[in-house]
Design a protein around this ligand. Structure first.
Ligand code: UDX
Length: 439
């Protein structure tokens, strides 16, 4: 099939490359010329496992290209995925839908015949009819354009895998047995035929699927982090506790890793956007739980600052603190709402000299946090440090030998904010070890 993907950020670029992998002919469209140039040269403007290789392969094969022209996109195919960003409005909880409506509004005048517009962007429930109305008003083909809702559940760092082998496919349509359903089933045929659960539903349910999934994932993380506080106060070990709970198949261990909490471009904004929409719908009380989820999450960052202060005898001024991790999670260079950087910035404000290291995210972190010091080598970063904080659980950090490191540190003191360091080994190597949620 021929198809386009409008908006080539994390979601769109991954979707475009993955659709080419499924043997479709794909044109990615983005109004950012630099991004288009980078993608056409086979390089994503962000770090995502295997994506560059896949982009380069499909650009070379001719199955994938990128453009900044809506005219070209509209002429290329009759199936258009929309994957533009829907960030949080500055100073508000609600979504900023301006990129979405602008993309639809700019594509519409070029749609002269029947087409399917399938939206992947995360939105508040009730957005699909607004997209349909815009297309009806501005597309020459009018109501021959069908709107489909196809939420995306991909995680950064496993985005391609999640796109090609998703846990489920959700397809939302205005009416049953629509032409849009036939088109999307054809598009995803290779995924559906492997037995992927495929749920065909209405627009509102499809829109809510994404909001509710992220709300649940955030709740699961904040739940175990709330329990972590009780663990700290009572001498219990939250990591073991999470293992014990996780063996109950109704609970499950995955997505319940205790620690510094969630960040990134999705979970924090999506729970806030969900609350804002519930408020508009007059059911805000139904989601007050998410206010707590957000508060617990922010509190973990405060708790880390308190622990650091405690370890440094109540005084952060002039202390040298090394932070392992800048990305919001491992295997990405994304620093949006990064818990690690939030802690780093706060410690800097409180008078500490903060050195940050990260395998991928230093360049991005330096742009937004120039006040911090950066060093590539995690061992060298510990030189003369008064305290080491482990805040993003890159696997390579867990493999560093704490014995060698102890000699380099000013004082061998560490706080594990992600529960993945072998605290026993670190203690044996002479470190004073604290960990969130552990004795
Ligand atoms: C998330 C959802 O998982 C995905 O389905 C959705 O499409 C987009 O939002 P992502 O933001 O890429 O994906 O990362 P995820 O792996 O879910 O982690 C989000 C944050 O939660 C990270 O900061 C991570 O460190 C934290 N987290 C995750 C935990 O603290 N504990 C966990 O058990 C899992």
């Amino acid at each position: 099939m021929k198809l386009t993907v409008v908006g080539c950020g994390y979601l769109g670029a991954t979707h475009a490359a993955s659709m080419a992998e499924l043997d479709h002919e794909v044109l990615g469209m983005d109004s950012d010329m630099d991004k288009v140039a980078a993608l056409n040269s086979g390089k994503a403007p962000f770090h995502e496992r295997d994506l560059d290789e896949m982009l380069a392969r499909h650009i070379a094969s001719g199955r994938l290209k990128f453009t900044a022209s809506y005219t070209e996109a509209a002429a290329f195919a009759d199936l258009h995925f929309i994957a533009v960003g829907t960030p949080q409005l500055p100073g508000e909880h609600a979504y900023d839908l301006s990129h979405l409506f602008s993309a639809v509004r700019q594509l519409a005048p070029h749609l002269k015949g029947p087409a399917v517009v399938a939206v992947k962007s995360t939105v508040p429930v009730g957005t699909a009819p607004r997209v349909r109305d815009l297309l009806n008003e501005f597309a020459p083909a009018g109501d021959a354009i069908e709107v489909a809702w196809n939420p995306e559940f991909l995680r950064e760092s496993s985005a391609i895998e999640d796109t090609l082998r998703p846990d489920r496919l959700v397809l939302g349509f205005e009416t049953e047995h629509s032409w849009a359903e036939t088109v999307l089933r054809q598009c995803f045929e290779k995924i559906i035929e492997t037995g992927t659960p495929t749920i065909v539903t209405d627009w509102a349910t499809a829109e809510l699927a994404k909001a509710s999934a992220n709300a649940f994932l955030a709740t699961k993380i904040s739940f175990i982090n709330a329990i972590a506080e009780v663990c700290e106060a009572s001498g219990a070990d939250v990591t073991q506790l999470a293992d014990i709970l996780g063996h109950d198949v109704r609970i499950g261990r995955r997505g319940m890793q205790p620690g510094l909490g969630f960040g990134g471009g999705c979970l924090p904004k999506d729970i806030r956007g969900f609350m804002a929409r519930a408020d508009e719908l007059g059911v805000d009380q139904a989601l007050t739980i998410l206010r707590e989820v957000d508060a617990i999450n922010n509190w973990r960052r405060e708790r880390m600052i308190d622990l650091a202060r405690e370890q440094l005898d109540g005084n952060l001024t002039g202390k040298r603190i090394t932070i392992w991790g800048a990305a919001f999670k491992p295997n990405t260079d994304d620093i949006r709402d990064s818990p690690a950087l939030a802690v780093a910035q706060k410690l800097h404000e409180l008078g500490a000299t903060v050195t940050v290291t990260d395998p991928q995210a230093i360049d991005n972190a330096r742009k937004t946090h120039p006040e911090l010091d950066y060093i590539d080598d995690p061992s060298a970063a510990v030189q003369n440090a008064d305290l080491l904080l482990h805040l993003t659980e890159w696997p390579q950090f867990s493999h560093i030998d704490p014995h060698h490191l102890a000699a380099r540190a000013g004082t061998p003191r560490v706080i594990d904010g992600r529960g993945t360091l072998n605290t026993e080994t670190w203690r044996e190597a002479g470190w004073t070890v604290r960990a969130l949620g552990r004795p």
